[in-house]
Design a protein around this ligand. Structure first.
Ligand code: PEP
Ligand code: MN
Length: 364
């Protein structure tokens, strides 16, 4: 199924997640820990008019065994209590068919697919099969790595199962260098998804992008400026004691302050897009500089080997070098690059090698 079909179906369906005027705010703890923690947090959130969905992790994907893996099914009872006590809609992550069965039995309103699940097409298919024929919204987090097709593939599997209430959550990506984020936002990657599927609701999980409280505001504002449909912010009545993600959770009154500090109308979207592009380009240039450094080091090492093994005289080496340079300049021409610049760079590289090694000339 093409992505076009997916977007048309979303546009035509009665999407309960469809765009609203104010950004949707999803909040709640990273993990359900106790009934008291869930209720205290939820009652705090209930006071904030803008929060409409309460999230809590019941089964937690953890990097290492021995970490807190979530309370399991009992947490769903607490989630149901939260719904009864506050009227908030509830959401939790499901990572297999058993989780789906349990969540549906406990009347969870929205299913979340976690980043570590979206990467696994077997699991996504298992979950998609388990929700076939069920009228429930599904929000699919981006896969851990920036693989757009994998993300779209997961959406297609749910679409094929008849889920029309589909949305995505942008939680950032694992990249070579995530600093200063926990997961790099790669906003341009999500912009590409938005351009392919313009009717798909997109929410920003600012908490998992930021990884720390101090970055929540700029990340959230950027998402709003880029026209996202809502935010997900992890919230705990006592974050210091949280059993998972303590550094990124806010207390409900802090979430209130964050939301009030944001310009919900969004700043100039064109400017936001251009800042995003510049950030991406800067990052790519840093990456390319690293690659250049690596290539230079490899070239130097090879050049050294060639120098110590080379037989023959230096006029042959000069001829060989002239030939190399000529080919490089032809390439420069086909890339539309300034030939003088390319010539200077390569002559410098060669000269530097010769100076460093006091070796006059081996044509490499
Ligand atoms: C979470 O939402 O707490 C979580 C584990 O998310 P992710 O799938 O983004 O890692
Ligand atoms: Mn978390």
């Amino acid at each position: 199924m093409s992505t076009k079909t997916l977007s048309m179906k979303l546009a035509a369906g009665t999407n309960k997640l469809a765009k609203t005027t104010a950004p949707v705010v999803i909040a709640g703890p990273c993990s359900a820990e106790s009934e008291e923690q869930m209720l205290q947090t939820a009652l705090g959130l209930k006071k904030l008019q803008s929060v409409s969905i309460f999230r809590a992790g019941i089964w937690k994907p953890r990097t290492r065994p021995g970490s807190f893996q979530g309370v399991g099914t009992v947490g769903l009872e607490w989630l149901r209590t939260v719904k009864q006590e506050t009227g908030l809609r509830t959401a939790c992550e499901v990572a297999n068919a058993d989780h789906v069965a349990e969540a549906l039995k406990h009347e969870v309103d929205i299913l979340l697919i976690g980043a570590h699940t979206t990467v696994n097409s077997f699991l996504v298919q298992e979950i998609a099969d388990a929700v076939k024929g069920v009228d429930i919204p599904v929000l699919v987090k981006n896969p851990v790595s920036p693989d757009l097709l994998l993300w779209i593939g997961a959406l297609e599997r749910f679409n094929n199962s008849g889920i029309s209430d589909l949305g995505v959550i942008h939680r950032g990506f694992s990249t070579i260098d995530n600093a200063p984020y926990r997961n790099h936002p790669k906003w341009d990657h999500v912009a590409e998804l938005k351009s392919q599927l313009p009717d798909l609701p997109v929410y920003c999980d600012a908490s998992h992008i930021a990884g720390r409280r101090s970055l929540l505001r700029p990340v959230s504002q950027r998402a709003i400026d880029l026209g996202y449909d809502g935010l997900m912010v992890e919230t705990h009545h006592n974050p210091v004691k949280a059993l998972s993600d303590p550094h990124q959770q806010l207390m409900p009154p802090e979430l209130d302050m964050l939301l009030q500090a944001l310009n919900m109308q969004g700043n100039d979207p064109e400017e936001a897009r251009s800042v995003v592009l510049q950030e991406e380009w800067r990052k790519e240039i840093e990456y390319l500089d690293d690659e250049l450094m690596d290539l230079l080091a490899r070239r130097t090492a090879l050049s050294e080997k060639l120098g110590t093994n080379r037989q023959g005289n230096s006029s042959e080496a000069e001829e060989a070098w002239d030939q190399v340079l000529e080919n490089l300049l032809l390439q420069a021409n086909s890339f539309g690059m300034n030939k003088e610049f390319v010539k200077t760079v390569f002559q410098e590289v060669r000269k530097q090698y010769a100076q460093t090694h006091l070796y006059c000339d081996m044509g490499a």
